[in-house]
Design a protein around this ligand. Sequence first.
Ligand SMILES: Cc1cc2nc3c(=O)[nH]c(=O)nc-3n(C[C@H](O)[C@H](O)[C@H](O)COP(=O)(O)OP(=O)(O)OC[C@H]3O[C@@H](n4cnc5c(N)ncnc54)[C@H](O)[C@@H]3O)c2cc1C
Length: 372
Amino acid sequence: MKWGLKEKMENHAVIPKALMLRGYKDGKILSTQNLVPYTQEVYKGPYWHVHRADFHNTMVQAARDLGVKIQLNSCVTSIDFSAPSVTLKTGATVAADLIIGADGLKSRCREEMMGRADPPHLTGDLAYRIIVKADEMRKDPDLRELTEDPAINFWMGPDAHAACYLLKGGGLYNIVLLCPDNMPADVNIMTTGPEEVRDFFKTWDPRLGKLLNMVHEVSKWRLQNSREMETWLHPEGKFVLLGDACHATLPYLAQGAAMAVEDGAVLGGLLERLEDRAQLKGLLAAYESLRKKRTTRIVLESTHQRDVFHLPDGPVQEARDAELLRDELKPGFPNKWRDPEFQKFLFGYDAFAEVETAWARFKSEGSVNSML
Ligand SMILES: Cc1cc2nc3c(=O)[nH]c(=O)nc-3n(C[C@H](O)[C@H](O)[C@H](O)COP(=O)(O)OP(=O)(O)OC[C@H]3O[C@@H](n4cnc5c(N)ncnc54)[C@H](O)[C@@H]3O)c2cc1C
C-alpha cells in the first residue's frame, strides 16, 4: 500500500471474509478467524488473494515505472564478490555497486556465496495444484456455498491437508492439496492424472471428492525448504541474499512471497537512506539483523503447522479439535492465524516502521552497529 499499488493490486484481488479450519471427514468447521472487517480494523490493511501472475505483473510494471531496467534470459553462472559483478551463461559480465541474490529456492547465488553446493532440503511433502472454474462449481448446490462467500478453507486430515480459495475476481477456485512426497528422486515438478488425488482424498469431505471429479490434469510440486543460514551477506559487503534464496519455507502459513516482499521493503528502506558508500556494508548487516530472526521463526512455524494439520485420527487429534472448538485464545492456540501472540507477530509487522526505528537509532548513536 505504501508503494502506491493498492488500487492496482485490488483490481486482481479476492478478499476472503474468513479463514476456516475444517475436519477432513465431514468438513465440519472447527475454527474460524474473521478477516473482514478484522484485519482492516486491527492491522489497518486487507487480506488479499492475488494470483501470482497478476501479483508479479503489477510489481514488474511498478518497477518499470520507476525506471528499473529488467534484462530477461540472463542466467547467472558465477559471481565476483569483490568487483562486484555477475557472469551470465552467455559469458557476458555485468558489474554493479551491489548485487542482490534473489534467485529462489535453488539459488545459484547462495551456492556461489557459500562456495559449495547447497541444494534445498526435502520436506517429505508435495503440493498438488489444481484450478477449477468457479462457474462450474456454482452449478452444484453443494459446491456453490464455497464460491458465494469468499473464504479460505482448510481441511485437516491424516498426513495431508487441503487449502482452497477463490482467485481472479472470483472466477477461479484454487485447490492446493498438501500430501506426502511420492515423486521420483530427480523430479521437482510434474503433471499427473486426477485418479491419484481422487484416490488419496476418497475418504474426505464429499465436497472435495466432487471438486476433484471436475479436474482433468493435476500439477505436482515437490515442497522443499531451507535451514537457517549463518549469514545472508558476503563479507566483502557488496552482496546480499533475499527471499527464498535464503529462507525458503513450506507454504503452510502462505508466507513465502510475503517474506520476500518484506525483505525488499526493509532493504529498499535502508538503501534509500544511504548517505555515503561507506555505509553500505553496515546497512546490509542491519537488513540481515532486522529480517533474519523473523523469517527463521516463520519457516519453523510453517513446518510446525504441518504437525498440527496432519495429525492421524486419535486422541491427540481429538484434543486438537476440542481445543479449536473451545476457542479459548491463548499463545499456542492450534489455529496459528488465531493465536493472539502469533497473529500479531505475523500480521502486525510493519517493515517501514522497522526501518524508521533502526535508522533513528543510527542517527542518534552515530554508528550502524546501533541498528544490529
Ligand atoms: C504450492 C505453493 C504455494 C505457495 N503459496 C504461497 C502463498 O499463498 N503466499 C505466499 O506468500 N507464498 C506462497 N508460496 C511461496 C512463494 O511462491 C515463494 O516464497 C516466492 O515465490 C519466493 O519469491 P522469490 O522471489 O524469493 O523466488 P522465486 O519466486 O523463486 O523467483 C526466483 C527468480 O530467480 C530466477 N533465477 C533462478 N536462478 C537464476 C539464475 N541462476 N540466474 C538468474 N535468475 C535466476 C528464477 O527464474 C525466478 O524468476 C507458495 C509456494 C508454493 C510452492
